[in-house]
Every structure is written in structure tokens, then in C-alpha cells.
Design a protein around this ligand. Structure first.
Ligand code: SF4
Length: 250
């Protein structure tokens, strides 16, 4: 079985506990206006222009070969109290491939970093094979979610409920976008939702990435932030603390 991967980052420090190797799966059903991985959005390999010329982003990989490569890192990852994280793009778009790789990993802590927009049965299967789920929540208001990500958030909230009921360890992650996701209404609603997740480890509020726009031209896309990038994002941690929800700003 094969899948398309656009990066494998070793020594990753922000994709779950410890020192990790993060596998970035190509393709995402969302189009978040702030996405900092525009080269990961399309499902197939695509050209990207860089300082050294044009290169093809996205490599078709065999599940067995990828698992063997990751298994060879097992001792180092364990030493760093880390593991492997499947991110993207959106890993649920290539669920069968990710599941096949997961099935072959031996003695490695695993995490699934997902936007939650995917088939619920596939989500439960992948989540069930991982030690930790990093679940991205962006906007709780349906209309705002459609406007800024291009899709409805009902499926995302349904999968969050499934995850919450399962008791599986979960970190809810929110990208802070000034004036968009960091409003009191949105972060208050995220705190309420996170409170219902039985296996919640904590909420992580991710600092706004001001370098995100740099890659768009290189992969022939347009970055059009409809917010003031100069404005500092506001994590409003007090909204989480008041509900007893553990929170961390990254
Ligand atoms: S879910 Fe993640 S990868 Fe997909 S568009 Fe949004 S920020 Fe980008």
C-alpha cells in the first residue's frame, strides 16, 4: 500500500510529547485562510519554486518502507520520551495508509494530529491505534468556520464528541488568529467543548504564525489574510482556567 507524504520532520518538538518524528501526509479537505502548509493542501505531488529552483513536493511512499524507517528510529525516539506523529495536510484523507503504517510500528509512542474532518469510522480506527490525539479546533461558530476554512464544522464536532466519549488521551489545539479565532466567544466555546472531552490532557493555544504567507507564492497560491496580522493574538487563558480546563500557550 502506498501513500503521499510531503515531509518527514525529525526532532520535532511541538507535535506531541518529547522529541518526535512527524510524518506530513499530503492533502487536506479544509482551506484555512491562515494555513502555514499550503504545499500540503493538494492530494498529489505538486511543483514548488524555491531558492534552488523548482522541486516536486509530495513523495509516494510504501507503507512497509515508511514503517521500517520509523522503526529504525524507535530507540532514539524513546530516549527523547517522544514518538511518531502523523500530521498533514490531513491524515484522515489517507486513513488506510496511515493505519497500515501504524500497524507495523513497534514500541513507538504514536500521535494523530487531525482537523477531525473525515469519515467517523476511519477516525475512530486511527485514534484507537494511537496513544494520543492532537485534535485541532478552529472556530466553533458554523458560519465563521465555513467562511475561514471552506467547510462546515458539524463533522468536526461530531468526531470530537466521539473522541470525548472514548476517553482516549487528547490535546485540543487551537491556532490563534488575531480577531478571528482568539475572540472571547470562540475561545469560551472551545473551553466549554474541551471540558466535555473525558481524556483531555490540556488545550494548547498555538501562537499565530506570521511567516505562513511566505510559502504561498512558491506553490502558486494566494495568501489573503482578512485580519490584522500586526495585532497581537490574545490567548484569553482565563476563560479556560475559570472552567478548570488545563491550558498551555505554545
Ligand atoms: S486543517 Fe491544517 S493543513 Fe488543513 S488547511 Fe487547515 S491549517 Fe492547513
Amino acid at each position: 500500500m502506498t501513500g503521499t507524504v510531503f515531509d518527514i520532520k525529525e526532532f520535532a518538538l511541538f507535535d506531541g510529547p518529547g522529541i518526535r518524528t512527524t510524518v506530513f501526509l499530503k492533502g487536506c479537505p479544509l482551506r484555512c485562510a491562515w494555513c502555514h502548509n499550503p504545499e500540503g493542501l493538494a492530494p498529489g505531488p505538486e511543483p514548488m519554486v524555491g531558492a534552488g529552483g523548482t522541486r516536486l513536493v509530495g513523495t509516494v511512499m510504501d507503507a512497509v518502507a515508511l514503517a521500517e524507517r520509523l522503526n529504525r528510529q524507535a530507540a532514539v525516539l524513546r530516549q527523547g520520551e517522544g514518538g511518531v506523529t502523523f500530521s498533514g495536510g490531513e491524515p484522515l484523507l489517507q486513513a488506510a495508509f496511515v493505519e497500515e503504517v501504524l500497524r507495523r510500528l513497534v514500541g513507538i509512542h504514536t500521535a494523530l494530529d487531525t482537523c477531525g474532518y473525515g469519515d467517523s469510522a476511519a477516525f475512530e480506527r486511527l485514534a484507537g491505534r494511537c496513544d494520543l490525539v492532537l485534535y485541532d479546533l478552529k472556530l466553533m461558530d458554523a458560519e465563521a468556520h465555513r467562511r475561514y476554512t471552506g467547510v462546515d464544522n458539524r463533522l468536526i464536532l461530531r468526531n470530537l464528541e466521539l473522541l470525548g466519549n472514548s476517553g482516549r488521551p487528547c490535546v485540543v489545539r487551537v491556532p490563534l488568529v488575531p480577531g478571528v479565532t482568539d475572540t472571547p466567544d470562540n475561545l469560551g466555546a472551545v473551553a466549554e467543548a474541551a471540558r466535555c472531552v473525558r481524556g483531555l490532557v490540556r488545550v494548547e493555544l498555538m501562537a499565530y504564525n506570521r511567516a505562513a504567507g511566505g510559502k504561498y507564492a512558491a506553490c502558486n497560491r494566494t495568501f489573503q489574510p482578512a485580519w490584522d496580522e500586526a495585532r497581537e493574538e490574545n490567548p484569553r487563558t482565563e476563560l479556560f482556567a475559570s472552567l478548570g480546563v488545563p491550558v498551555m500557550v505554545l
